[in-house]
Design a protein around this ligand. Sequence first.
Ligand SMILES: Nc1ncnc2c1ncn2[C@@H]1O[C@H](COP(=O)(O)OP(=O)(O)OP(=O)(O)O)[C@@H](O)[C@H]1O
Length: 253
Amino acid sequence: MSTILDVTQLSLTQGNKALLNNIDFTVYPGELVGIIGPNGAGKSTLLKCLSGYIFPSSGSISLQGKPLSSYSHQDRAQHLSYLPQHSEPAFSFLVKDVISYGAYSHPNQNNADELASIIAQTNIETLLDQPLNQLSGGEQQRVHFARILLQNADIMLLDEPTASLDIGHESQLMNIITAQCQQGKTALVALHNLNTALEFCDRLLLLQQGELIAFDTPEQVLTPAQLRQLYHDNIRISRHPDTSKLYLTPLRK
Ligand SMILES: Nc1ncnc2c1ncn2[C@@H]1O[C@H](COP(=O)(O)OP(=O)(O)OP(=O)(O)O)[C@@H](O)[C@H]1O
């Protein structure tokens, strides 16, 4: 199968600090890839490079076999969507207008049915006529995710899309991403909740201090030895009694 994303020898240096150091990986269509790693590991920096929002110091990023830098803005927006970790609403845009910006890259398509379905899936029916900057953090996150879904790009780059969500909405959002990937979309999602990463992701890309430490199936990446190296004795590593999957919780000392 041909790849959808090829990252080769990607490095980014700011001052004398290497934020990303010789990162190599490839992603296939339909994959749900979790990007994990401790605070400051470089997850957001990597996603910003992949989105074209910032430029690497060296290395290359190919999207569907073509250099990312060769895409026009509109072309790129049709192939790739990006949900940043933080986005402060500067103006009091209405929720329904914010979502509609998702269709900006394909203005001639009639997407009324798709829009209605996305609004229902993300549970934002009652928010549509409200100003975005008067919503809670989790509500704003769901609105931005709805905008990304409407953009309908081949690859979604999502930076901690569940960070402000309650566990029910977290599950809903991850299941929507899973369904999208089953229909052929590809997702790269930065996550801190490792149980969520274990439950939903096909592969995990583990970063630490700007280095790619591992890129493999969740159980191959999150070995007890690796977890101890990353999080020391701050976590409890067990197996879930129902699923036998690895189960990680903060440890009270
Ligand atoms: N514009 C910048 N200039 C210099 N250093 C930066 C810049 N942006 C980020 N960094 C540094 O790069 C490193 C990686 O930051 P990044 O935001 O990518 O980490 P992260 O893995 O997403 O962390 P978190 O889990 O806390 O969100 C951090 O040490 C950060 O201080």
